[in-house]
Design a protein around this ligand. Structure first.
Ligand code: SAH
Length: 394
């Protein structure tokens, strides 16, 4: 049987593993076998040589090991089948995904599906793999096979897209099967979207906002809506189809705005929609923008690391001050942060700081989060990356 190389932890550093946290930081390592390659599957030992876990090793980053299992099992083809089967079952039996109205969902959400370093999004018959560790890149063909087989005929095409998430992996974005169709027409809560998995951002669409888009739709009837950082118009389409009188979508990316126009064209409400290609921060400084009934603020992650957290918080504050200024009296603000390192309380406090500056009376209507197809491993609270608030602004 194949014997993995081993990594031994310093005394006391086994505690986080025993509490099922899926990461081992490089500082916890006391000793390791020679010549462990990046992406290799290794066995983790405590200071007394007891086996704690198996995982993917990576040098040069603070997370040295991403744990795949704490049980006695081999990490082989049948392991990938088992985990992917489990992920499909959770989506199918509990979330009822896919279904007649929703054909796009997240199949694997890293730590939330006990597969740290791996993201898989499904768009109808296509799965898109995004690896955040070299270990996952190395086994992506095994993963592809497991996804196709466990999908029971649903998945025919698999695209792997790691350039953005792992710029140094020297790995091309490519089809692992025959080439699939692009763009792909998907349904989300009965709304139609065209998703370009090859040229689009991330895996092609921001599936984590599905439930929040539904909520925007519910409040949109008879309202004017300003969708900031709109990407391909996710929130805009729901608002238009649920009876908004006017929707403005703004994004800095021209490609995103063209895709947004195509999505709007699929509805009967193109006349009620305006797309603007602009930098939101610049745009909001203009005095000529009328106030809207509903304003949505869904920026990209401002902080990708703890070191960037302070600046990110300042940016969220400035942005939300400007956005609050554009909310009509009695209107709503949907505001989000998808920075993992900006926690729920910090995000809340930042919005409070912005609101104080606005001098307006504000109520919290809902605390918002990512959808349940982006589950959070209970032992890894960092997995709760998308935070949002729905505020009623007087
Ligand atoms: N709300 C979207 C997802 C937003 S992702 C949805 O539901 O699909 C963040 C978006 O912000 C990306 O489309 C990116 O192009 C855009 N963006 C980044 N910086 C920007 C800026 N300064 N001004 C406007 N858009 C920006």
């Amino acid at each position: 049987m194949h014997q993995n190389k081993t990594i031994k932890l310093a005394k006391g550093r086994e505690q986080s593993v025993l509490r099922f946290h899926p990461w081992i930081f490089s500082g916890a390592i006391k000793q390791m076998d020679k010549d462990i390659a990046d992406g290799e599957i290794i066995t983790v030992l405590d200071y007394q040589n007891n086996i704690l876990a198996k995982g993917h090793y990576q040098s040069g980053t603070s997370i040295a090991v991403r744990i795949l299992t704490t049980e006695e099992e081999e990490i082989n083809a049948s392991f990938w089948h088992k985990r992917i089967k489990n992920a499909f079952e959770y989506r199918k039996n509990i979330l009822h995904l896919p279904n007649n109205t929703t054909s796009a969902f997240r199949l694997i959400h890293g730590e939330g599906d006990r597969l740290p370093g791996l993201i898989i999004d499904v768009y109808h018959h296509t799965a898109v793999i995004q690896c955040h560790s070299l270990g996952m890149v190395k086994v992506q063909n095994l993963i592809k096979d497991a996804v196709i087989e466990q999908s029971a005929g649903m998945i025919q095409y698999v695209f792997t897209k790691n350039k953005e998430s792992l710029p140094n992996a020297q790995n091309e974005d490519q089809w692992l099967t025959e080439e699939g169709p692009t763009p792909i027409k998907v349904y989300e809560n009965g709304h139609t979207f065209l998703v370009d998995v090859v040229k689009g951002q991330k895996t092609g669409f921001f599936l984590d906002q599905r439930d929040n888009r539904q909520m925007v739709g519910e409040y949109s009837k008879g309202k004017s809506v300003l969708n900031l950082f709109s990407y391909t118009g996710g929130f805009s389409i729901y608002a238009l189809k649920e009876g908004a009188t006017k929707v403005t979508s703004i994004d800095v990316s021209k490609t995103a705005m063209s895709a947004c126009d195509l999505n709007v064209a699929e509805t009967d409400f193109a006349n009620d929609h305006e797309s603007i290609t602009a930098n939101v921060m610049e745009y909001l400084k203009s005095d000529e923008i009328p106030p809207y009934d509903i304003v949505i603020v869904d920026p990209p992650a401002f902080a990708k690391s703890v070191a960037k957290r302070h600046n990110a918080v300042q940016a969220y504050k400035r942005l939300n001050m400007l956005a609050l200024d554009k909310v009509k009296k009695g209107g709503l603000l949907f505001t989000f942060s998808c920075s993992q390192v900006v926690g729920t309380q910090l995000f809340y406090d930042t919005i409070v700081a912005a609101a104080i500056e606005s001098g307006r009376n504000i109520r919290v209507m809902h605390h918002l989060s990512q959808g349940a197809d982006h589950p959070v491993n209970l032992f890894h609270p960092e997995g709760h990356y998308l935070k949002g608030l729905l505020l009623a602004v007087e």
